[in-house]
Write a new protein. Structure first.
Length: 95
């Protein structure tokens, strides 16, 4: 999934705010991350180490009074984003 399609999925979540309005939350934030890091280490003109890392996912943070809840997922499909948004909204109703 590209970062552009992830942003489109987050936009869908914001437009479909049924998950938020039923939760009693005052405010919500959506966070997306797609970071690729490459690392090469050379010693005495020789390749000593190589590492490639990708961090990809999305988070939902909701606020209700002084309570703050946050959940993160690497399932960035529309269904995955709605699932994690629903889970964090449901958790807000728990004491």
């Amino acid at each position: 999934m590209t970062l552009e399609s992830l942003k489109a999925g987050l936009d869908d979540i914001l437009e479909d705010d049924g998950w938020l309005t039923g939760s009693g939350a005052d405010y919500a934030e959506l966070f997306a991350e797609d970071t690729l890091t490459n690392y090469l280490a050379m010693v005495d003109d020789r390749m000593e180490d190589a590492l490639s890392t990708r961090i990809h996912g999305a988070g939902v943070r909701i606020f209700s009074g002084t309570r703050v809840l946050y959940a993160y997922t690497n399932d960035t499909s529309r269904e995955g984003l709605l699932r994690v948004a629903g889970q964090v909204a449901d958790a807000l109703g728990e004491p």
